[in-house]
Design a protein around this ligand. Structure first.
Ligand SMILES: Nc1ncnc2c1ncn2[C@@H]1O[C@H](COP(=O)(O)OP(=O)(O)OP(=O)(O)O)[C@@H](O)[C@H]1O
Ligand SMILES: [Mg+2]
Length: 260
């Protein structure tokens, strides 16, 4: 861990039960500012549940979440969004029938608290907000390499560009912490490589991220630190090289293959 950088997000003793079953159990995890913190684990390990708890879309059964030194675990999702936490959920969909830019602008409205509908209705009393959000959207689209795609219908974009568009939508509210839940799923090799490049660029720009991904090779290249979940519990935590060599991780997750 970079000793000089502060912890931006601190999760302690976090649990979530569904009925009698723990989806997440007593999870401790610190995300250091400026780092990319990957969360890996088999299907049903609790990765998406963790993100929903951080975003406030699910309530914790126990435990605390502190963001930038302040407890946020009782705050409503929109307050967490406005404080700078942005999430691209697993399998997130774009608004079909809207352009790439309009999709980004709707995302910005969600993050800033302005009515999402005014993005498409362009109500006059919001015109100053609209101009500002339009400028942000241009910036976000350029940041993910989609400046030339701004006026195309979102559904006309290739899948790799659609994922980049979801990232742009999340970036438009100027988050300090970006959570990406399986952003590379279903992408072809070239698209995965482009997405990895984008994530690396965002990291180089100073953005703090959490990244859920099944492909261990993918996260090993991108992550500063990895938390491994299995059946809701943390089974390992550390830098990528240590994780790949960890016998519990190999047994639980890498199917008994030895680390290359
Ligand atoms: N709303 C819910 N109601 C009941 N059980 C749930 C709910 N959401 C998740 N679970 C259960 O919690 C556990 C963790 O699910 P979660 O979606 O967080 O796993 P995951 O690690 O994201 O899996 P995947 O890799 O398939 O996306 C699973 O056993 C799941 O069935
Ligand atoms: Mg999931």
């Amino acid at each position: 861990m970079t000793a000089s950088m502060p912890v931006l997000l601190s999760v302690a003793g976090l649990s979530r039960r569904f009925g009698g079953v723990y989806a997440l159990r007593d999870v401790d995890l610190d995300v250091v500012q400026g780092e990319t913190h990957a969360v890996i684990g088999p299907n049903g390990a609790g990765k998406s549940t963790l993100f929903s708890l951080i975003g406030g879309h699910l309530k914790a059964s126990a435990g605390t979440i502190a963001y930038d030194g302040t407890r946020i675990d009782r705050a409503a999702p929109h307050r967490r969004a406005r404080s700078g936490i942005a999430i691209v959920f697993q399998g997130a969909r774009l608004f079909h029938g809207l352009t790439a830019r309009e999709n980004v602008m709707v995302g910005a409205h969600a993050a800033t608290g302005a009515g999402a509908l005014s993005a498409t209705l362009r109500l006059p009393r919001h015109s100053r907000d609209e101009r500002r959000i339009r400028a942000w959207s241009s910036e976000a689209l350029a940041r993910v390499g989609l400046a030339d795609w701004a006026d195309r219908p979102a559904e006309a974009l290739p899948l790799g560009q659609q994922r980049a568009l979801q990232v742009a939508r999340a970036l438009c509210g100027h988050p300090r912490l970006l959570l990406l839940d399986e952003p590379a799923s279903g992408l072809r090799a070239a698209e995965r490589a482009a997405l990895a490049q984008l994530i690396a660029e965002l990291r180089a720009g100073g953005l703090t991220m959490m990244l859920v991904e099944h492909d261990v090779a993918f996260v090993t290249r991108l992550a500063d630190r990895i938390t491994v979940l299995d059946l809701g519990r943390v089974i390992a935590q550390g830098v990528p090289q240590a994780i790949r060599a960890d016998q519990r991780v190999i047994d639980a997750y890498l199917g008994g293959e030895s680390a290359p």
